[in-house]
Structure formats: structure tokens, C-alpha cells
Design a protein. Sequence first.
Length: 527
Amino acid sequence: SSPEGSLGSIGQNTNVITAKASADIPKFFSQFKYFQNISAKMQKRKREIDSLNNVYTLAWDKKRYKYKSYKFKNKLTPLQSIANFMTSFKQLNFDYTETNGTVIPGLLSAPNWYGYGQTLGGPTAGFLLGSQSDIRRIAVENGWVSRSSLMTDPYIQMTTKELRADLQFVPLNDFRIDFNVLHTFNRNFSQSGYNDPQNLAYANHDFAFANDFVTYSNTVVALNTSFKDGAAIYQAIRANAVAISQQMGGPLNADGFTEGHSIANAYVLIPAFRAAVEGKSPKAIGNAKKAGLPIPNWRITYSGLKNIPIINGQFSKFDISHAYSATYTATGIQSSIDYYNIPTSGNDKDINGDYINPYTFSQATYLESFSPLIGIDVTMRNNMQFGLQYNKNRMLLLGLVNHTLTEEANTEYVVRLGYIIRNFRLGMDNSRGSRSKGSDLNIRGDISLRDGQTSIMNILLNDSQVTGGQKVMNIKLSADYNVSENLNLRLFYEQLTSKYKISTAFPLSTIRAGISATFTFGDSGGF
């Protein structure tokens, strides 16, 4: 077939790279006798704690509890404590997956039994083995692809990457920290008309009539501004934008920005946004397609307070928790048609008077959550349960199309109460005329107060307004009782009250209350 008359066939390859690792660090150290002795001593200490816990439990049951001081017999030397700290790193998991693929349409060569061209030649042996090297120019110059104007299928390259890693760290007994890292990257490159030799005359021929689309996400840490409101972030963005614009050089305008690098320029606004949210010094953007390195997030749980004798005497469970997660996501990163397809002198500007950049952006988003910022969960020895949480989260979305900053911030207080009455009897007789066996009566109450607000700030107009948000109070009270193995009774009361922060919405209150009975059919032996 001639290069001008045939549409050719499609060549496609894919390669997948996978790396997984898991390390049980204490198991590795347990191979050494020195660490075996430390482990034996720590097990004896744990038995001391368990024994003390049983003593207090029996004392409560007999209503003869009285606090007495206690000194542990099994203790580590300073050197053993250092060695024991090395075993605090418990479990490491690592998972990386990368998928790459290339599609070359218009191939004129006929494949033989192992996929290599047997007539006009091409594609390369590397392509056959999954290589992602760019062979467009080689294919066109060697006449491997159709030059027909009817061959409009695009050349495509796809890349997907995902990295997940987590580390469990236990520096003290009952004190656990879970670190986690997440990174995702997606790229889809396509070029129509790549088979036209005239495209080779373009200065950026690899991007002529091409579309390069990128999205990525990383775990980050933005603690420096976690407790600042959107107005403070907004002012920091404007100040950072001026600094970055001046770093990029050029004649200085009256507003403090240099020519061609106004606050509307994505290459000015995005690094200003990132520096403002993460509380860092403003720096000019580097490679627009690079996501950077992810930073670990964490979850902390401490339940060791119950091991203190004076607390152990009152509580069977005393947990304190904290969790932090934050991600930065950039979407709609796309190669600029104006930059790559229009012959430029390097000084062409867009409608805002800014220099045309290689890539345009759709939006950049930070999601941050303390779930909880601080949480307490306790169970007393008299079966009373109590929980308290303070949650806080925010979303900051920078829209590069309409140049707006959207902030959605929420705070929530949660109080949980519970009490279990053991062997509670309703006074009902069973079918044999004797008193029915008692069952636990589970009483629970949850109260939460959430305050949220959504604000939009127009960066070009320097204007801000509240567009949404509400205060919500949620009350849930319930009592559950298993009358028998077949019948469960539940008494409940639920109230939801909300007050909106915009005048176009009215306050709302709903109440649900009643009793529910759940029957389970089956052979349970009767009452």
C-alpha cells in the first residue's frame, strides 16, 4: 500500500509496572536474642497491667474499690529502652502501580507472527516490547505511516501512576500512629495529523495540533494555615502573587505586577495559592505537569491512660484520638493551543494581557480534614460510656477559568453518652410461667452541633460574599432492648434543627420519635 492511498492499521502497546513491599519490622528484630529478652520483659509488664486491671474489675463488682499505689516490677534499662524504640516501627506497606500505553494509527507495514513489520518496516522493536519512546518522527520520515488526509485518528500516549504507602508506628504501649501517603498522576496525550510531514516544520512539531491533558493529586500538610479563615488566605494569595510576578521579571506596573504576569496569569496565581495555603515562601512555578512529592498524613490513637492505676480503678477504656488528612489536587492541566500552534515571538499575550503559557489550568483544590482534631472515648467500670469529638474540615478551590477562590469551612462538636443496664427485666413472664431472662438495656444519646459556611472571593474584582452555609444541631436519643432472641424493642427520639446563613433559605426543624419492634423469624427455642 502507498503512504498516500492507504489508511493503514493501528499499532498499540501497553506496559504495566508494579512494585509491592511489606515489612514486618518487629519480626525482623525478633531474630536477635537481645531483642528477644526485651520482648520477654515487656510481655511480663503487660501481664502485670492485665492482672492489675482484673483486680480493679473485681473490686468494682464487690463495691470495695480503694486506690492503692503500685510500682511495676518489670522495667527496661536506658539502653534497652533505646533498642525497644527501634521496634516501634511495626508495619510498612508500599504499593506502586504504573500503566503506560501508546497507540499509533496509520501503520502501513503488515505484521508477521511476532508483531514486527515485514513489508515497509516499523514500528521499532522497542515499541513491540512495550517501550514508550516517541517514534512519531521516525515513523513519518521512514514512511511507516499513511499520509492520507483521510487518516484522522490521533496518536495517543497514556500514563497512569498511583503510589500508596503506610507505616504503623507504636513508640509506647497503647500509643499508635498510622502514617499514610497517596500520590496519583494521570496523563493523556493525543495528536491529530501527526502523519503530515508539514508538521515537522513547526518549532514545536511534537505538540502541533496536540492535546496534553494532566491531572494529579498528592497528600500534603497545611497546618500553618489550618486555623486561618478564608479572608486571610485570600489576602496572602494577593501578596504572594505580587512577589511571584516580580520574580518572573519584566517592566513593573503601577499595581506591583510586572508586564505580562498579572494576578490572572495561572503561572502566577497557582504558586501564590499553594504558598498561601501551605504557609510557605512564594516561589515561581516549575514544571506545570510535576506533582511534587507527597507528604505523609497521620492518625493517632492513645489508650494508655487506663494503665495508670488511679485511672484504671475508674475506667475500663480511656482512648484519645486525633487524625489529619489533606490533599492537593490539580485538574484540567492542558497544553495551550495558542502557545504551540501559533508562530510566536515569545511576547504574544492573551485577552488579559498576560503572556501565553505552555499549559492552561482548570482548577486547583485543597481538601483538609481533622477527623477528629481531638477525640475522647471512655467507658467507666459502672458501664457508663462517654465520647467527645471536635471535627474540623475545609475546602479551598481555586478556579482558573473565572478566577475565584471558593472556601467551604465546617466545624463540628459531637457528644456521645451511653449506659448499659445489665440483666434488665421488663417483668414479663415467658410461656412457661416463670420470669423471663434479663437482657441488657442499651441507652444511647448523640448530640452534634455543626457550623458550616461557603464563601466565594472574586480575585479580579477583589470582592467577597457568603453564598451558603448553615448551623445544624442534631439530637439522637435511643434505648434498645432485646425482649427475646426474636424480638427487639427500640425507643427513639431524633431532632434536626438547621439555620441557614443566607436570607433566601428559612430555618428548618424536624422531629422523629416513636417505638419500633423488630421480629426475627427462626428457630430460637421460644421465650
